[in-house]
Design a protein around this ligand. Structure first.
Ligand SMILES: Nc1nc2c(ncn2[C@@H]2O[C@H](COP(=O)(O)OP(=O)(O)OP(=O)(O)O)[C@@H](O)[C@H]2O)c(=O)[nH]1
Ligand SMILES: [Mg+2]
Length: 586
């Protein structure tokens, strides 16, 4: 018997920061799943530490509300391109999507990506022009661009049949028309139940489900290689508000979580034991960037982390693959090294940060792009579309910097009030480290985002060589006098009183060559008084590098040492002698 069930599965998709999680807050609050005066806060779905600290969604998450007796499963997704794999992972669960578009920015690169994925799966879209309270909101223009985007991406007539709403997600209001009274999200609730189809299911058919979430009767588990095994389900859970609740049965078409099946991976199928037929697996876009993770070999190894061994590192990395769908891990050249590939710098640095918080210590190499070879053996590299919104006063510096990074300007628009949008094609290589440069160059007056376009012939050497490193020449504790000497040569990265080891990078030289300095050296005690020796040394405050800045800093012969307490930069070879030998072998 085929039947429509009383639940609707909808994913919220958009470019980064267009207001998805804020809108979900509103939907949750207005569905009365919370007790009166229960303190629930903001960005409720951004529940993990790094999401809260960075202010972005990293993992897609489910929640469910009841509206007029209908259960609506809502899936909040990340908008940052590095976490596009999460969108690909969860869209299968939905029958419709709410596409949010910022009323100032309009459709952005990731808007196109997520809409394309949604249309490929024939999800029913609802468009929301969001943040219409913004001062520069240009609602008509943004609607027109949105319609153009649909015209470009639609493959069937139905794809063009979508309702449009206007919203201020932050105020919890949605309207059928921008001038309507701003009351509540009722118009959105109505539109969801009126346009998004309930999943069409066959309630009598044997169980068959695609594993798309791994939170924790006998069934068949069919893995990616087509191997079927018999397993027992422990608990069946469905979503209610922010909680999962145990249920005795779940109806086809609902989103559920199961426990009790070991080794079930994303993209695999759980089916009736008597009808073990696999569903199509989920296609995930390939990674573009890789790094080597290896056992910490610094002289301080084993002091700060709970899990320092290669066995522990390996187990943690391979375990990550169970849930981090667009990550790849391979064994490296030695048993102590692993090659980890991801969708971008942020994808990898979020992993590094969460491992360090879990108590792991290890070292990572400079991020490198993943290249390919075409049929004629030509080397190909990933190319991205970069979109920058800034003030026109920064066009000059940006153009200059981006030219060195092999970017090609493809479009430039000016709103006549000094706001410009610059669009470029740029190799992923050229983007490494650009985010930091961008913030400095534009003094924080700009936003940038990029997305993979494809692989194209290698563009040749990039002219972004860094100055040399200032390297500690001895192991010890830094002192003001020694650091002051180093500051005569360049910028320093550490405070006095910091333990350092020989070969650790403590600053950036103002010249191209590396330079060893003794930052632990005390001032010579003498009896001779001179006028100059009495002058107290005043240090310039050090430049403290974040994890991302440290990764961007790296040259090929350098590493970042990551522990739960510290992030240190170091030369791969710690002594001057070893470095000289390595150079002579090049
Ligand atoms: N002016 C205005 N700002 C809003 C509105 N809704 C959200 N914001 C702000 O936009 C920023 C991003 O909001 P989020 O809800 O985190 O956006 P998101 O789409 O979930 O972002 P990612 O998950 O990282 O892609 C926050 O600073 C919000 O306060 C709105 O209706 N109007
Ligand atoms: Mg979000």
């Amino acid at each position: 018997m085929k039947a429509s069930v009383k639940n609707i599965n909808v994913a919220i998709i958009a470019h980064v920061d267009h207001g998805k999680t804020t809108l979900v807050d509103g939907l949750l609050k207005q569905s009365h799943i919370f007790r009166e005066n229960q303190q629930v806060g903001e960005l409720i779905m951004d529940s993990n530490d790094q999401e809260r600290e960075r202010g972005i969604t990293i993992l897609a998450k489910n929640t469910a509300i009841i509206y007029r007796g209908i259960k609506i499963n809502i899936i909040d997704t990340p908008g940052h391109a590095d976490f596009g794999g999460e969108v690909e992972r969860v869209l299968n669960m939905a029958d419709g999507c709410i596409l949010l578009i910022d009323a100032v920015e309009g459709p952005m690169p990731q808007t196109r990506f997520v809409l394309q994925k949604a249309l490929e799966l024939n999800l029913q879209p609802i468009v929301i022009i969001n943040k219409i309270d913004r001062r520069d909101a240009r609602i008509d223009q943004v609607l027109e661009w949105t319609q153009d985007l649909f015209l470009e991406l639609a493959t069937t007539e139905e794809h063009l049949n979508f309702p449009v709403l206007y919203a201020i997600g932050r105020d919890g209001v949605a309207m059928y028309h921008p001038d309507d009274e701003r009351i509540s999200l009722e118009p959105l609730f109505e539109t969801i139940v009126n346009t998004i189809p309930a999943p069409i299911v066959d309630t009598q058919a044997p169980l068959q489900m695609l594993v798309a979430a791994l939170p924790n009767t006998f069934v068949a588990h069919i893995n990616r290689d087509g191997v079927t095994s018999r397993q027992k389900i422990n608990l069946v859970l469905t979503y209610k508000g922010l909680q999962r609740q145990e249920v005795s049965e779940a109806i086809a078409g609902d989103i559920v979580a199961l426990t009790g099946i070991p080794n079930a991976n994303i993209g695999e199928t759980i089916a009736d034991v008597d009808y073990p037929e696999a569903l199509p697996t989920i296609a995930i876009t390939e990674p573009t960037l890789k790094m080597t993770f290896s056992v910490n070999t610094s002289p301080f190894a084993g002091r700060e982390g709970k899990y320092p061994t290669s066995r522990q590192l390996r187990a943690r990395l391979y375990r990550e693959l169970e849930t981090n769908v667009s990550l790849r891990v391979e064994d490296g050249n030695t048993p102590d090294e692993f090659i980890v590939s991801g969708r971008g710098e942020l994808h990898l640095s979020v992993l590094i940060e969460s491992m360090r918080r879990d108590g792991y210590e290890f070292q990572v190499s400079r991020p490198e792009v993943i290249t390919r070879q075409d049929a004629t053996d030509q080397l190909l590299e990933p190319i991205e579309q970069l979109v920058i919104d800034t003030r026109d006063t920064y066009i000059g510096v940006l153009t200059e910097t981006l030219a060195l990074r092999k970017a090609q300007l493809t479009n430039m628009t000016n709103d006549g009030a000094g706001n410009v949008r610059l669009e470029y094609r740029i190799p992923t290589r050229g983007l490494i480290g650009f985010r930091n440069a961008f913030l400095t160059l534009t003094q924080g007056n700009g936003a940038m985002s990029s997305i993979l376009i494809g692989f194209e012939p290698w563009l040749g050497k990039i002219g972004t060589a860094r100055m040399g490193a200032l390297i500690a020449s001895e192991t010890g504790t830094t002192v003001t006098y020694g650091l002051n000497n180093a500051q005569q040569r360049g910028d320093t990265f550490i405070e006095p009183g910091t333990p350092v080891y020989e070969g650790m990078i403590i600053g950036l030289n103002s010249r191209p060559a590396d330079l060893e300095v003794n930052v632990c050296k005390e001032k010579q005690k003498t009896n001779i008084r001179s006028s100059t020796s009495e002058i107290a040394v005043r240090l310039t405050p050090p430049v403290l590098l974040s994890l991302e800045q440290s990764l961007d800093f790296l040259n090929n012969d350098e590493l970042v040492e990551v522990t739960p307490q510290n992030i240190r930069l170091r030369k791969r070879y710690l002594t001057q002698h070893e470095r000289a030998r390595a150079r002579s072998m090049e």
